[in-house]
Every structure is written in structure tokens, then in C-alpha cells.
Design a protein around this ligand. Structure first.
Ligand code: HEC
Length: 144
């Protein structure tokens, strides 16, 4: 739909990239049709860790519980926080992380309302493939 495309300028050219699902909710289901089997977890986390740096996430987020003067909230323990907000359902929580990473304005975290973070916008990531989102989220999931 044209109106939706215009509302999401960064998403306009993401439609034809192989492996990229444009709609965040559909992408979340494509990335996580079910929970990843334990055997896959280590491999996903290693790949996700490289993506975290490659996509510039580390410029705004620490991976510990200290903010370290960065613009975004620290991501240590993020899975516990998201689980709490998503009925303690690990699949729903992972899917929310995918949607948030793709389109943080549409799916903001509670931090967006805090004075400390107001006015700082996490940039959207409309061109990351569903497979890569799966790896990135498994990396985040393991941050303690
Ligand atoms: C320009 C700074 C910036 C960049 C770059 C950035 N973020 Fe964020 N991020 C924020 C801010 C600010 C918030 C809090 C407001 C919000 O929810 O949008 C946030 C929130 C989050 C949250 C929610 C935390 C929670 O406890 O619910 C996650 C997860 C997250 N970011 C992951 C990422 C990932 C993964 C990347 C890289 C693809 C990334 N961020 C890149 C600034 C950034």
C-alpha cells in the first residue's frame, strides 16, 4: 500500500531483497517460526555477535548492565526484561525483538518514554534478512 510505504521511508527499497520480509510482524514469524533448537544456538550467537558490531548497534548499546555513556539502554539482561513484558513466552519475546530491531518507532521499548532516552531515536533496520535477524536476536537473548 502506497500510504504505508510513505509512512516508512526507510522501508521503501527493502521489498525486493532476497530473504528480507518487509512487514515486521511477518518477518518476526519468518525469523522465528519456532524456538531455535539448542544445537543451533552457539552458531547463531557467534554470527549475531558479528552483526551486532557490523550494524553499528555497539555504538549505542553496551552488552553489559552499565550504560557507559552511550545513547541507548544497556542490553545486559534484555531477554529477561522482554520476557516480563511478553507473558514470559520466549517465542513471543524473540519475535518482539525482531520487530523492534526492524522498526523501533513502530515497536518502541518502554525506554523510549523515559526522560533519559527521549529524543534519541534508534534507527530502523529494514534491510536485514530474516535469517540474520534470527542470529542477531539469539545473540541478544544470551546477554546476561
Ligand atoms: C543511535 C543509537 C542506536 C543505535 C545505533 C541502535 N539503538 Fe537500540 N536503542 C536505542 C535507544 C535510544 C533505545 C530506547 C528507545 C527505543 O526503544 O527505541 C533502544 C532500544 C533497544 C532495545 C530495547 C531494549 C529493551 O530492554 O527493551 C534493543 C533490544 C535494541 N535497542 C537493540 C539494538 C540493536 C540490535 C541495534 C543494531 C541493529 C541497535 N539497537 C542500534 C538506540 C540505538
Amino acid at each position: 500500500m502506497l500510504a504505508l510505504g510513505l509512512a516508512c521511508a526507510g522501508c521503501l527499497d527493502s521489498g525486493n531483497i532476497p530473504g528480507v520480509t518487509t512487514d515486521p510482524e511477518a518477518a518476526a514469524k519468518a525469523a522465528f517460526p519456532e524456538l531455535p533448537p539448542a544445537a543451533e544456538a552457539t552458531q547463531l550467537k557467534d554470527r549475531g555477535s558479528k552483526m551486532f558490531n557490523g550494524l553499528g548497534c555497539q555504538s549505542c548499546h553496551s552488552t553489559t548492565h552499565e550504560r557507559n555513556g552511550l545513547m541507548g539502554p544497556p542490553l545486559g539482561g534484555v531477554s529477561d526484561r522482554v520476557l516480563e513484558r511478553k507473558d514470559h513466552d520466549p517465542l513471543k519475546a524473540r519475535r518482539w525483538l525482531v520487530m523492534h530491531i526492524k522498526d523501533p518507532l513502530m515497536y518502541p521499548s518502554p525506554f523510549a518514554d523515559q526522560a533519559d532516552y527521549k529524543g534519541t531515536h534508534m534507527p530502523p533496520n529494514p534491510r536485514v534478512t530474516d535469517e540474520d535477524l534470527r542470529a542477531l536476536v539469539e545473540f541478544l537473548w544470551a546477554l546476561r
